[in-house]
Design a protein around this ligand. Structure first.
Ligand code: DHB
Ligand code: FE
Length: 293
């Protein structure tokens, strides 16, 4: 692996988590100690402490918009936020009472430039509101702070309106994002978060579908065989993990940005958590740390 100077940016860790909107509502309405929610939040106790102990300078947060910032008028496959800040969106009950998300326009612009030059077509978004896809992962990892702990670069992936990007393309995109971060000339510790999933289907005859076996195998392979997992065709996600289980391809973007994919050491599994039920979704969560020499 190419030696990186201490003065360059680097990816230190990746975080993976579901984004169930009812989790945000439970937190906002003070229901975290209710018997239904208590085990969900308990699974993130470790993570909130871990984030304090391993505070990044920037979080690159891969998420999906749920027809909030975008609509059928315009459907970007991959969209990078380049704004100085992002407002929590009104999802029908008013915006969540969470801090405004501060961006990092300079690193965003650098990543946009580098990734587009690596032949990925990104949509550049200078103004965007962010929905539960982004705010719920932040809440799970940070609790209810007065301000989020660091700037966040929102990276939106279309997993809602067909056609959707493949897992393979998402994994390759993660590799390109890593190269972009590595070539940024400032000593920033960057975490990349992949969000959404795990198995769930919100609509149709199979609404409520959960597949624990699929989810466990997905977590195993995401850790140990990400390039093999990236070959899983789209239809297998839909059959096995439900129509919204396809959100899991976003986890492959984060995984593609880790050291081992670029020839470095395997990541350390800092935390793994899985829980059902949480609304209609199986909640899955992983923290992988790069092991720098
Ligand atoms: C649920 C899950 C989602 O991923 C989402 O975007 C909306 C709702 C749910 O489980 O209720
Ligand atoms: Fe969702």
């Amino acid at each position: 692996m190419k030696k990186r100077g201490a003065e360059m940016a680097r990816i230190t860790a990746s975080v993976y988590t579901s984004h169930v909107p009812a989790i945000g509502a439970a937190l906002d309405l003070g229901k975290t100690d209710e018997p239904y929610w208590q085990p969900v939040f308990k699974g993130y106790d470790f993570s909130r402490q871990w984030l304090k102990d391993n505070r990044p300078d920037v979080i690159f947060l891969v998420f999906n918009d749920h027809a909030t910032a975008f609509s059928l008028d315009m459907i970007p496959t991959f969209a990078i936020g380049t704004a100085a800040s992002y407002q929590p969106a009104d999802e029908g009950w008013g915006p969540r009472p969470v801090p405004v998300v501060q961006g990092h326009p300079e690193l965003s612009a650098h990543i946009a430039h580098s990734v587009i030059q690596q032949d990925f077509d990104l949509t550049i978004v200078n103004k965007m509101d962010v929905d539960h896809g982004l705010t719920v992962p932040l809440s799970l990892m940070c609790g209810q702070p007065a301000a989020w702990p660091c700037p966040v670069i929102p990276f939106a992936v279309n997993v809602v309106q067909y056609p959707l990007p493949s897992g393979r393309r998402c994994f390759e995109l993660g590799r390109a994002i890593r190269k972009a971060v590595d070539s940024y000339d400032a000593p920033l510790k960057v975490q990349i978060w992949g969000t959404g999933g795990m198995s769930h289907q919100l609509q149709g005859a199979r609404a409520g579908l959960i597949n624990k076996e699929f989810d466990a195998a997905f977590l195993d392979r995401l850790i140990a065989d990400p390039s093999g997992l990236a070959q899983l065709p789209h239809i297998d996600y839909v059959r096995e993990a439900g129509s919204e289980g396809i959100e899991l391809v976003m986890w492959l973007i984060a995984r593609g940005a880790m050291d081992d994919v670029a020839g470095g050491a395997s990541p350390r599994v800092a935390h793994r958590f899985y829980h059902v039920p949480a609304s209609n979704t199986a909640v899955g969560h992983l923290i992988l740390e790069n092991q720098h020499p």
